[in-house]
Design a protein around this ligand. Structure first.
Ligand SMILES: C[S@@+](CC[C@H](N)C(=O)[O-])C[C@H]1O[C@@H](n2cnc3c(N)ncnc32)[C@H](O)[C@@H]1O
Length: 208
């Protein structure tokens, strides 16, 4: 299922400025290898949020080769830091190359291993926490977010509309986990949550 009307998608994708290197190269790599990056529409949104709250410390669970992180890193001040996590060493190596090319290497730290286990080892506080790990792991993330996020900080999660699979009659484990996650998030009185039907659906929750 297309989340966005194809005409609307084409229109807004055509409206955003062309990306400079290395973001354009990272997008080309994703296209060639079928790697699921958040894409430029959501990337722009992340950068906007990071700018608007003057984010200084950001944590990302599930960074791939650093595309979404690089969007946010562009909004960090010189003494800001973004922590990236992924289970694959090859993704760390690629991310380092891209951040170096962008002149932002000093703003990133990359941890290889299980993202949630790494997250648990970092106390925070963070201004933004981005969640993009395997979907079955989504519900387990919530309990560790609240204590690590500043009041006024954002907990952002990708793929919450899961290409429309949330409407299926028979649900896969991943879909069930996304639905459980989303319900918990909306029900949590410490978060004010909105799902934006952009790309694959992104939940944006501000900590009150
Ligand atoms: C959807 S991709 C992330 C894309 C990235 N956020 C972006 O938009 O550029 C998910 C990544 O998270 C990693 N991943 C998934 N679950 C993980 C986990 N539990 N621990 C560590 N890495 C995980 C995968 O290896 C993959 O590279």
């Amino acid at each position: 299922m297309n989340i966005l009307n194809p005409k609307v998608k084409e229109y807004i994708e055509g409206a955003i400025p062309a990306r400079k290197a290395p973001l354009d190269e990272m997008e080309a790599y994703a296209g060639e290898h079928g790697f699921p990056i958040i894409g430029p529409l959501v990337g722009t949104l992340l950068k906007q949020i990071a700018y608007s709250i003057r984010a200084k410390r950001i944590f990302e669970l599930g960074s791939g080769y650093g595309y979404s992180a690089l969007w946010m890193a562009q909004a960090l001040p010189e003494d800001g830091k973004i922590f990236l996590t992924d289970r694959k060493e090859e993704n760390r190596e690629m991310a380092i190359r891209h951040f170096e090319k962008a002149g932002l290497l000093d703003r990133m730290e990359f941890f290889v291993g299980d993202a949630l286990e790494t997250f648990k080892q970092h106390e925070g506080p963070f201004d933004i926490i981005l969640n993009d790990i395997d979907k079955t792991g989504y519900p387990d993330v919530i309990p560790y977010v609240k204590g690590r996020l500043k009041s006024g900080g954002y907990f952002i999660t990708d793929n919450v509309l899961w290409s429309g699979r949330i409407f299926d009659d028979e649900l896969e484990d991943s879909t069930r986990a996304i639905l459980k996650f989303t319900k918990h998030l909306y029900d949590d009185p410490d978060f004010l949550t909105t799902i934006l039907p952009l790309r694959d659906g992104i939940s944006v929750a501000v900590k009150l």
